[in-house]
Design a protein around this ligand. Structure first.
Ligand SMILES: C[S@@+](CC[C@H](N)C(=O)[O-])C[C@H]1O[C@@H](n2cnc3c(N)ncnc32)[C@H](O)[C@@H]1O
Length: 282
């Protein structure tokens, strides 16, 4: 019988995003997160046994991240799981999830009861963006608030393509999606096809978007948003909007200050320690 490998990381919630980022360079079948009281458990599933050296490197990287936040290093463990158990464990992590007023995210292997909502089908596990993370949900809710119908939208850091698909389902006329990771580009194309939608998908970042767009979403960490917000602004029509997330609530003042006179913040949504800003280009 085929054996799967599960890397488990026990971590403080503050390091959740760092862990997910560090795992992005790994070839996994999927990553699941579970909140447990004041800690987080992140489980990454792999087909091949991860080399000990690679695990040691992951531990070193996460220890470094933890030190930045004055936290204890995350604990990493590796377990072999028989395929039958794996299939059940993995699939039971995802359930249909209603987001905002209009959407319901449905893992593609489940038959989903729409409950009067628009169904967003997703093959979770190919790239970041299952709807399980707060920032993804906040971006979908912000899209629901801001989209009137007929907009041209860009998704910078598309991951699984969930926000591109969400924008199109919520009424955007067209979408362009980009990500630095080739795996995300493939996942976005795959998930668009599952939803019978089309968008321009490319590997890259802001330079790979053809302007102008009426609105954009960028769910990447604060340092990246701080670095690329001038380029984001250049993609937009005057008065265009940008949903910026991947931000901790505590990072919002710094980001708002950096946006300066070029933008004004229209809405702020938060869930737990995470925030999403809807900003309008001045
Ligand atoms: C937090 S995930 C967001 C995925 C999805 N949009 C969502 O909301 O769930 C961030 C994604 O941005 C990509 N990324 C990171 N830096 C980027 C950059 N400078 N330009 C474009 N994509 C980037 C990563 O590869 C990753 O897929």
């Amino acid at each position: 019988m085929l054996t799967m490998w599960e890397i488990t990381i026990g971590t403080d919630p503050v390091l959740e995003e760092s862990c997910l980022w560090r795992l992005e360079s790994w070839t996994t079948l999927g990553v699941a997160t579970e909140a447990r009281a004041s800690t987080f458990k992140i489980r990454a599933f792999c087909l091949d046994e991860p080399p000990a050296l690679r695990l040691a490197q992951l531990q070193a990287e996460l220890t470094q991240d933890a030190t930045t936040f004055h936290l204890l290093p995350p604990e990493i463990s590796l377990t072999a799981i028989p395929e039958t158990d794996w299939a059940t464990q993995w699939m039971t992590h995802w359930h249909p999830r209603a987001v905002g007023e209009k959407l319901i995210i449905c893992p593609v292997w489940l038959t989903c009861e729409p409950q009067g909502r628009i169904v967003l089908k997703l093959d979770a596990g190919l790239a970041f963006g299952t709807g399980e993370h707060e920032t993804t949900r906040l971006c979908l809710m912000a899209l629901e608030q801001v989209l009137q119908g007929g907009e041209r939208v860009a998704d910078i850091g598309c991951g699984s393509g969930i926000l591109t698909i969400g924008a199109l389902l919520l009424g955007a006329k067209s979408a362009q999606a980009v990500d630095l990771e080739e795996q995300a580009v493939r996942a976005t194309r795959h998930n668009l096809a599952l939803n019978q939608l089309e968008a321009l998908v490319a590997e890259g970042s802001t330079e790979a978007i053809t302007p102008p767009v009426d609105g954009l979403v960028c769910n990447i960490l604060a340092p990246v948003i701080l670095a690329i917000h001038p380029q984001l602004r250049d993609l937009l029509v005057p008065g265009g909007w940008a949903i910026l997330s991947g931000l901790l609530v505590t990072q919002v003042p710094q980001v708002v200050q950096a946006l300066g006179q070029d933008w004004h913040v229209q809405h702020t949504l938060t869930e737990g320690q995470w925030a999403a800003l809807t900003c309008v280009r001045n």
